[in-house]
Write a protein that binds this ligand. Structure first.
Ligand code: GAL
Length: 540
């Protein structure tokens, strides 16, 4: 468990620091949902007893106090539809119906969640040997189910899956938008909606749901954690304003009772893997839904999932998702603002997904801070001291979440393409991908397949500047000559980019930036763009 920590030019060693959790919370956006969901531990073997016991456990274990307030009944509660099409719960799993289960959950001061499918069938019906063939998905019963689930039974949250919708080959944007509209019209109280269609659905989704899955189902194995992080690390521009990329349920807590998903492995993740998994879900502002049998959570896992300083990073009032600020070798560093936008305190993750140790060096200017930096390890809940930079060695399969405070905030001088927002982006339809690992590009990634329509552009909507005149350098990877329209705060100019055999090509122009936030866009409504690597800004 040896971990080397060096703060170079150590200036002061702080004995006490308030830590993120102790800071006063300002009003912010609705934070990611926290709670428990039944599928990964119980699959179809749920019952009123399982759900109500878990509600009780949320209180008795202290999880409710730590912030886990949703108890979600996933797939498997369905029985059949009666002659009028009303949903009747499974008669042996919920012999006394559903309402008393919801009342029990509410009686404990918790919120209740339910599950459906945008199409006619749920995933359990399609793939998990649920033999009752009744069409229990919401399709064609939107009003009726909304009335029953939210007004009659009283649910506060709904996860809407897509196995049935997928089978119907329906237009998912239309389907989910219709469901949202019906819920808004019918439900007598606010309902939170989670879309589950296993890839980032498209920019329409933030107008429809509070969160959406970006990947297939998680399992308590490192490869799943690594792959989900790899999928989400370039999606930071698509979370915000109280809407979040959902990295799926937490796969912690399986070390005493294996998950039915564990493919015959006796144990779940190692301690360091669990710590990394939780910390990364926190800094990426994913919903935090426990997926294990809460009765069997080991003490050390309980400590990880109730760590108030990590939870504060997840529930931060700004509601931002971390993005890649350094990628060297196989290691990554992620960062996001916490508490104050463009303030001098940031949350940072050092992440080693590889099999070997990695020594990280974090230089303050990489996270737009002027040094020296004061660093707190939020996993260990320990101050590490103050220095001109941070060096830390991490084992393979691990991550450290840090609170880093600089002397002051610096203006942005680099904008990676991977941080940009594309109004036309949908992971499902983006052929060959948009955010693509590219060794020749800075931080190893570039954005592809832009251009050809006004919306298929790349925007940095929040560029923080001291204001004034700058040299803006756009780096692309052009195979052939191209034209790019660069728009800075509404003022457009066309850049001619000569072919460079797919190698990095820099194009520099003079621009004016405002003090504070600026908006920079690259695109071409009429023609394809070469892959875009980054923009750098140099004050004149
Ligand atoms: C999957 C979903 C799982 C679970 C399951 C139920 O599509 O990703 O989280 O809800 O369906 O059948």
């Amino acid at each position: 468990m040896k971990k080397t920590v060096v703060l170079l030019s150590l200036a002061v060693l702080m004995a006490v620091s308030p830590g993120a959790a102790a800071q006063k919370k300002t009003d912010g956006v609705r934070p990611p949902t926290m709670g428990w969901s039944s599928w990964n531990a119980f699959m179809l073997e749920i019952s009123d007893a399982v759900i109500m016991d878990h509600a009780d456990l949320m209180v008795s274990t202290g999880l409710k106090d730590a912030g886990y307030t949703i108890v979600n009944i996933d797939d498997g509660f369905f029985g059949y539809r009666d002659a009028e099409g009303n949903m009747i719960p499974h008669v042996t799993r919920f012999p006394n119906g559903i309402k008393h289960v919801v009342d029990h959950i509410h009686g404990l001061g918790l919120r209740a969640g339910i599950y459906t499918d945008a199409g006619e069938m749920t995933c359990g019906r399609n793939y998990n040997k649920e033999i009752n063939p009744a069409p229990v998905g919401i399709y064609g019963h939107e009003e009726q189910d909304a009335e029953r689930y939210f007004n009659e039974w009283g649910f506060d949250f709904i996860k809407i899956d897509y196995c049935g919708g997928h089978r119907m080959q329906a237009d998912e944007e239309q389907m989910y938008t219709n469901i949202r509209n019906v819920i808004n019209r019918v439900a007598k109280h606010p309902v939170e909606l989670n879309i589950c269609r296993w890839d980032y659905p498209g920019t329409w989704v933030s107008g429809v749901a509070e969160s959406w899955r970006i990947s297939g189902d998680i399992r308590p194995k490192w490869a799943f954690i690594r792959n989900i992080v790899a999928k989400n690390m370039y999606l930071s521009a698509y979370a915000g304003g109280g809407h979040y990329n959902d990295m799926d349920m937490l796969a912690l807590g399986y070390n005493k009772k294996p998950s039915p998903f564990n493919d015959n492995l006796p144990l779940g993740l190692t301690y360091e893997e669990e710590e990394a998994h939780f910390g990364l879900w926190c800094i990426f502002s994913s919903p935090l839904l426990l997926g294990c049998d809460v009765r069997y959570i080991p003490e050390e896992t309980m400590k990880i999932i109730t760590n108030p300083e990590l939870i504060a990073v997840n529930q931060d009032p700004l509601g931002l998702q971390a993005y890649v600020v350094q990628h060297e070798g196989e290691g990554y560093i992620f960062a996001k603002d916490i508490l104050t936008r463009f303030g001098k305190v940031r949350a940072v993750a050092l992440y080693n997904p590889s099999e070997e140790d990695i020594t990280f060096t974090l230089r303050p200017e990489e996270i737009d801070l002027a040094g020296p930096i004061k660093v707190r390890d939020l996993c260990a809940r320990k101050d590490l001291g103050t220095g001109s930079s941070l060096q830390m060695t991490l084992h393979g399969h691990s991550a450290k979440i840090l609170r880093v405070e600089g002397r002051r905030r610096l203006e942005q001088t680099a904008l990676e393409a991977e941080w940009g927002y594309c109004p036309a982006f949908t992971a499902i339809e983006s052929e060959g991908g948009k955010y693509v690992p590219t060794p020749a590009a800075s931080m190893g990634a570039a954005v592809y397949n832009l251009g050809g329509s006004a919306k298929n552009c790349l925007q940095w909507n929040d560029v923080y500047s001291a204001g004034g005149k700058y040299h803006l350098t756009l780096t692309t990877l052009p195979e052939k000559d191209a034209e790019i329209v660069l728009t800075v705060n509404g003022a457009a100019q066309t850049l001619r980019i000569p072919a460079a055999g797919g190698k990095p090509q820099k194009t520099t122009v003079a621009v004016k930036l405002r003090k504070g936030q600026n908006r920079i866009e690259v695109g071409n409504p009429d023609a394809a763009l070469p892959p875009v690597d980054r923009v750098t800004l140099e004050r004149l």
